[in-house]
Design a protein around this ligand. Structure first.
Ligand code: CP
Ligand code: NVA
Length: 310
């Protein structure tokens, strides 16, 4: 196989230039949509969506993005496929490649998206795994740029809470795009050490991880948080609540940040756990713009992956 297939399984799959161009294109697409000037370069294309975990935003925003590009969508809950009865991923990938033009996958292990991509002649896009959420991170950075400007290296961008898939995508983005990142996670809940080490190797800015959320949030421009128990960790939710309580993003904590700091949450939020109702609904929260931006970034990712503008 000689043709280049544009998979996007983790931030580190793409170079800085491509990541920035996706964000810039999403900002442009958002503007074009507002003006009613959208183009439909995806006519005749079919996007497959293979999901093994629930989703509101990623599913519907990818679907809307593909329809707005003029294409169509086939949604597959993995339990309805022969995968459920043991058909190998490599067979599924080769067959779906004959029908579809692109495949978005939401699943558990990163190895699953890697195996699908290995056998796929069409682009495979990671719509969240236990390890990475590489599309979400681009809509989050797009939101930061919209609110705080393009020079991310001058900002104090922070992550408070679990060292989960989102935290790991932030770490890769900080390293690849080039900005400092400050994380506060409880002992035992740090991001994967190999991901941290690999990111630090090429980073021009610090990636600092401590256990004290107050130290991290002090003078922050951007505060990110996420659920304390991710999908697949439900049985640990009670135990995690106790550990994570000091990491709640509430009024007292955000008072330590800059007065114009913005608060991001990729959603869904568990109110009064990782974020209080007043902060999520307050003037510094940008969670709703962040959710909207998923659709614009997904459109940019689909255009790029299917080479609709090349
Ligand atoms: N932020 C996000 O990925 O949301 P969903 O789980 O609803 O897709
Ligand atoms: N960390 C969360 C993100 C949800 C969008 C999870 O994996 O459930």
């Amino acid at each position: 196989m000689t043709k280049e297939v544009r998979h996007y399984l983790q931030v580190f799959d793409l170079d800085k230039e491509t990541l920035i161009s996706l964000i810039k294109r999403a900002i442009e697409l958002k503007e074009l949509r507002k003006k009613g000037l959208e183009e439909r370069p995806g006519v005749g294309k079919v996007l497959g969506m293979l999901f093994e975990k629930p989703s509101t935003r990623t599913r519907i925003s990818f679907e809307a993005a593909m329809y707005q590009l003029g294409g169509s969508v086939s949604f597959m809950a993995s339990r309805d496929l022969q995968l459920q009865r043991g058909e190998p991923l490599k067979d599924t990938a080769r067959v779906l490649s004959r029908y579809l033009d692109c495949l978005v996958v939401r699943t558990f292990g990163q190895g699953i998206v890697e195996e699908l991509a290995r056998w796929s002649d069409i682009p495979v896009i990671n719509g969240l795994t236990d390890s990475h959420h590489p599309c979400q991170i681009l809509s989050d950075i797009m939101t930061v740029i919209e609110k705080k400007g393009e020079d991310l290296s001058k900002l104090k961008i922070t992550w408070i809470g679990d060292g989960n898939n989102m935290a790991q995508s932030w770490i890769q983005a900080a390293s690849r795009i080039g900005f400092p990142l400050y994380l506060a996670c409880p002992e035992g809940y740090f991001p994967d050490k190999d991901i941290i080490e690999e990111a630090r190797k090429e980073a021009d800015f610090p990636i600092e991880i401590v256990t004290d959320p107050k130290e991290t949030v002090k003078d922050a421009d951007v505060i990110n948080t996420d659920v304390w128990a991710s999908m697949g960790q439900e049985e640990k939710a009670q135990e995690r609540k106790k550990v994570f309580m000091p990491y709640q993003v509430n009024k007292e904590l955000i008072a330590l940040s800059k007065p114009d700091a913005i608060i991001l949450h990729c959603l869904p939020a568990h109110r009064n756990e990782e974020i209080t109702e007043d902060v999520l609904e307050g003037p510094q929260s940008v969670a709703w713009d962040q959710a909207e931006n998923k659709m614009h970034i997904h459109k940019a990712i689909l255009e790029w992956a299917m080479k609709l503008r090349d």
